[in-house]
Design a protein around this ligand. Structure first.
Ligand code: HEM
Length: 434
């Protein structure tokens, strides 16, 4: 018997209220639950548009690579222009392409050889102040160290007091970033004086750094030298700000999470120390050592898997499209979460276990490619990826060569997602001279 009855799938399997309530309580759990409830593509109705969470690497690749022209950065990142201007992180289309082409050479893998001595020197000086057997605030230490490395690498100097001023302003801006994301007129923003002051101060310090004589190796110097009229002073200012903001906090958090993992996995720490002893002996890393420190590299990757500083990426669909058989209407928000995908047992065996060795087990490059995407992908992949990886490996090796780290807490630090993934409280450890 024929029937005209069409069995319709319920349009939304998860109620908006339920999802938003979960996000309010814990965004990481909210996204994980949504993926468990709905599978590879989850859909939730928001006020005016749909939100899709993509939980399969092939679908993530569709957005970041194959259909990338159809997606722009989410509105929240677009609003970060209030702080960053139209720099690499916030621009779109041809403006982005031109900027990316001009900036790429300064971040090429081979350029890292030039930044490595600065990373070494800063780390060496920084840890020479540590005292044997005392408690160290590793979150604060890594934040100060990576900021100094960023100032020296990007500007070729760090005049007295600059790191503190930049650090303070950035703390305020990151804290008040949700305000920058709200669609407020500029006049309303001035009602929040500390935001305005921090923004003005960061701008003033950046300008002073740009005027300061720079060494030939400084990234900004290279940018100015190669600038045959394509960048205005305002754009160079935006790039400098973007590198400072995007470049130092993420790497500081990565290193902090590495120390949390190593402190709680003494066997991994011993293997890493043995590798550092055999590769470096008594000296600081040279460019060819970075390749040889393969276990240290695996520790960094495993930490990026379990504690990705960038824990979710957002995009907005420009036109209607289709991903994995699902119609995505123009204007929809598409989310991809490193946190969710990196913890998916289909792609990583026992995903809650810290196992750097897993990066050796893989004979071939990861398939599917986008099961691991701590630096994003496609044309918007992080331009500082090699910089961050070189810095993380060098800093870990230099510290592990001289110091052993033990935890002050029984459990691993609890991750707290804000703009980036940070420990809920500053990470404190005990440092013991080896
Ligand atoms: C562990 C450290 C880092 C992590 C986890 C990280 C992560 C990311 C991610 C996921 C993106 C892509 C964002 C998107 O697609 O929406 C990105 C973009 C970017 N990152 Fe990083 N990043 C790190 C370090 C750095 C460093 C050291 C720099 C600068 C020196 C930097 C500068 C940038 C810039 C300028 C972009 C925008 C690139 C573009 O759109 O063309 N990042 N980063």
């Amino acid at each position: 018997m024929e029937t005209n009855l069409v069995l319709e799938q319920p349009a939304y399997k998860t109620s908006t209220f339920h999802f938003l309530w979960n996000v309010f309580r814990n965004p990481l759990d909210a996204l994980t639950d949504l993926a468990h409830e709905q599978g590879d593509i989850a859909r939730v109705k928001l006020r005016r548009r749909d939100l899709f969470l993509l939980n399969h690497p092939d679908f993530i690749e569709q957005v970041l690579v194959r259909q990338a022209e159809n997606f722009i950065k989410g509105t929240s990142l677009q609003r970060a222009r209030i702080i960053l201007g139209e720099g690499l992180l916030t621009s779109e289309g041809d403006v982005h392409l031109t900027q990316r082409r001009a900036l790429q050479p300064a971040f090429h893998r081979h350029k890292m050889e030039e930044y490595l001595p600065l990373m070494n020197e800063n780390t060496h000086t920084h840890i020479s102040k540590w005292k044997d057997g005392v408690q160290v605030d590793m979150s604060g230490e890594m934040m100060r160290l990576t900021l100094n490395i960023a100032l020296w690498s990007f500007f070729g100097s760090a005049p007295e007091g600059t790191a503190e001023r930049v650090g303070d302003s950035m703390k305020t801006l990151v804290r008040l970033f949700p305000l920058a994301q709200m669609p407020l007129p500029e006049s309303a923003r001035s009602l929040f004086p500390s935001f305005k002051e921090a923004k003005a101060d960061l701008s003033a310090v950046t300008e002073a750094l740009l005027q300061h004589p720079q060494t030939e190796r400084a990234l900004i110097h290279i940018l100015k030298q190669n600038n045959d009229g394509q960048f205005t002073d305002e754009q160079i200012h935006s790039h400098a700000l973007t590198f400072l903001l995007a470049g130092h906090e993420t790497t500081a958090l990565l290193l902090t999470w590495c120390w949390d993992m190593l402190a709680h996995h003494p066997m991994a720490q011993s293997i890493l120390q043995a590798e550092v002893d055999s590769v470096l002996g008594n000296r600081l890393p040279m460019p060819e050592d970075i390749q040889k420190l393969s276990y240290t590299h695996a520790v960094v990757k495993e930490t990026l898997r379990m504690r990705p500083p960038a824990w979710a990426l957002g995009r907005e669909a420009v036109h209607d499209c289709e991903i994995g058989g699902q119609h995505i209407p123009a204007g929809s928000t598409v989310l991809m979460s490193q946190w969710v995908t990196h913890h998916d047992s289909r792609f990583f065996d026992v995903p809650l276990h810290f196992r750097p060795e897993r990066w050796f087990d893989l004979d071939e490059p990861l398939t599917p490619r986008y099961s691991f995407f701590p630096f994003g992908g496609g044309s918007r992949v992080c331009i500082g990826e090699h910089f961050a990886m070189t810095e993380a490996i060098a800093v870990l090796a230099i510290i592990a060569r001289r110091w052993s780290i033990t935890p002050t807490q029984f459990d691993l630090a609890k991750p707290k997602p804000s703009v980036t993934l940070r420990p809920e409280r500053n990470l404190k450890v005990i440092v013991t001279r080896r």
